[in-house]
Design a protein. Structure first.
Length: 141
């Protein structure tokens, strides 16, 4: 298999992401733990998953629109970008703009969409530094 998700050790009983309809682009990701999101503070929501896919693809993560519309929740970084060389835990930085919200284990909270990407002329996919860190690890602010 060249593209998919894996459940990390220690996260028994969670589900691999699936598409809910025949024409869904996104794979629904669930929360792996109960997390209380507090007003205007970033909460890190573990998914208990890692992903694998070809070097010329990216996994884009979007919060489910129902959480944004009904509960005023957002991904703190807008869209999560998971690079092909990131082989660690997918953790979602979630923020509430209107009070507290309880994310329950197993709640579908985000969608992951695999997508091919382009590079500029002369740039080559897979050439460059090797990832050394984990979550948020490709550089300083």
């Amino acid at each position: 298999m060249i593209r998919g998700f894996e459940i990390l050790g220690g996260y028994d009983g969670i589900h691999l992401p699936t598409r809910k309809t025949a024409f869904s682009a996104g794979y629904d990701l669930e929360a792996a733990e109960n997390i209380r999101v507090t007003d205007k503070k970033i909460s890190l929501v573990p998914t208990g998953l890692k992903a694998f896919f070809p070097a010329d693809e990216v996994l884009l993560i979007y919060l489910r629109s129902s959480l944004a519309v009904k509960h005023n929740l957002f991904l703190a970084n807008g869209v999560g970008v998971i690079d092909a060389d990131y082989r660690d835990h997918i953790i979602l930085p979630v923020i509430s703009l209107s009070g507290e919200f309880e994310i329950k284990r197993g709640m579908r909270i985000a969608q992951g969409i695999f997508q091919k990407y382009l590079t500029v002329d002369g740039d080559k996919i897979g050439v460059g530094e090797v990832r050394r860190g984990r979550f948020g690890s490709t550089g300083e602010f």
